[in-house]
Write a protein that binds this ligand. Structure first.
Ligand SMILES: *Cc1c(COP(=O)(O)O)cnc(C)c1O
Length: 376
């Protein structure tokens, strides 16, 4: 099966092989902790920073929750910016640790409007923390990371961003963003196995954690137990194979001009899909890592996913209330290859034909033409 989902993504062979490498015990081997610190530094290098990065064992969502648990205390006010499913989700974690979430909703099919945010902050900026999502994977909308973070910083608000599906595929310079806690996942653009939360922290974030009035209400979700290397090197037992795999995945990604590659394939995908007569969900702020496309009326996305699976291609459908209405292509990390996309567009042509939908143009022919012109 060729994977063109919006995560988990395709794993390269050299990454997969690392899962079966047998070494010693990560707690007993004196070379292991320094090794992992080097892999963490590689993640920081990907984000063009020397800020502290670390890995937590768990899927991406755990890092989001841990960020809230580490920074938010009972009664703290948190501004939750939401223009999608993951954006609104932060309010839930805030509630669990006794904080007061104020959710500011924006339209789902556009990027967060900075002017609206500015007007809101002029009225009310008494927040300790703000959260937002860089790329809303369910809808293919990528928010203005630097513009939003810098604006929040001007009001002295700590910024937490979910970059789970953008990290590695968008040009991110951590220090210039003004973000205090940047969160990533292993299984999206990085194309590593599911199971690691990626965290990068500013010094302001560490200071905020150090000056809490109340203890953090969790042991494992306490960031300090992960970055304070003067204690034990890890909270408990690391899954070293996941780190070996992450190491290889970071090498693979950093050996490419990944930002250009993602931009090229995302622009081409949008052009080919719209020229064929299909409509994108997003109206602006298009993601470079995932494209969400509206299903033609009357055909549920699952029907398309099934005909695609029969042709050996896995794509994603919509999330939650959009489940039937959208299909999504993950042009993320190792999903991106000439062969994968040729097969994708050929299978989409065939599938829509099988479903009785007449397209304006063959997507496969458009892709071959783009290849002929040297675009890919
Ligand atoms: C995938 C995703 C997550 C959750 O990551 P998991 O590894 O599935 O827990 C969170 N936020 C965004 C934007 C995502 O795309």
């Amino acid at each position: 099966m060729k994977i063109l989902c919006a995560g988990p993504t395709t794993m390269a062979n050299n990454v997969r092989e690392q899962l079966s490498v047998s070494k010693t015990n990560p707690d007993l081997d004196p070379t292991y902790a320094p090794y992992q610190r080097r892999v963490e530094a590689k993640l920081s290098a990907l984000l063009h920073t020397t800020a502290t990065s670390f890995f937590m064992l768990g899927e991406g969502i755990m890092g989001l929750e841990a960020a809230i648990f580490s920074l938010v205390e009972p009664e703290d006010r948190v501004l939750v910016l939401s223009n999608g499913f993951f954006g609104g989700g932060f309010a839930e974690y805030v509630k669990h640790c006794g904080g007061k979430a104020h959710v500011l909703n924006f339209e789902y099919d556009k990027g967060i409007d900075i002017e609206t945010l500015h007007v809101f902050l002029e009225q009310d900026h008494d927040f300790k923390v703000a959260t937002f999502v860089h790329c809303e994977t369910p809808t293919g909308v990528t928010n203005d990371l630097v513009g939003i973070s810098q604006l929040l910083k001007r009001y002295g608000i700590l910024v937490i961003t979910d970059c789970v599906s953008s990290m590695g595929g968008e040009d991110i310079h951590f220090d210039e963003t003004g973000v205090d806690v940047m969160l990533g996942g292993s299984q999206k653009v990085l194309s590593a196995p599911v199971g690691l939360s990626l965290v990068t922290l500013s010094e302001d974030a560490k200071r905020a954690i150090a000056s809490r009035r109340t203890p953090i209400l969790s042991y494992y979700l306490n960031f300090k137990n992960h970055y304070d290397f003067n204690g034990a090197p890890f909270p408990y037992t690391m899954n070293e194979n996941l780190i070996y795999a992450m190491d290889a995945a970071l090498d693979n990604l950093m050996a490419k001009d990944a930002v250009t590659l993602h931009r090229t394939y995302s622009e081409l995908t949008r052009r080919i899909v719209t020229n064929a007569g299909l409509k994108l969900y997003a109206k602006d702020s298009f993601s470079n890592t995932v494209t969400a496309v509206k299903m033609p009326d009357g055909i549920p996305a699952e029907a398309l996913l099934q005909t695609m699976r029969e042709r050996g291609i896995a794509i994603s459908k919509g999330v939650s209330s959009f489940s039937d209405d959208l299909f999504r292509i993950g042009h993320m990390g190792e999903n991106i290859s000439y062969d994968n996309f040729l097969s994708l567009f050929e299978a989409l042509d065939d599938s829509f034909r099988a479903l009785g939908v007449t397209l304006n143009a063959s997507m496969k022919d458009a892709f071959l033409m783009a290849h002929l012109y040297g675009e890919v």
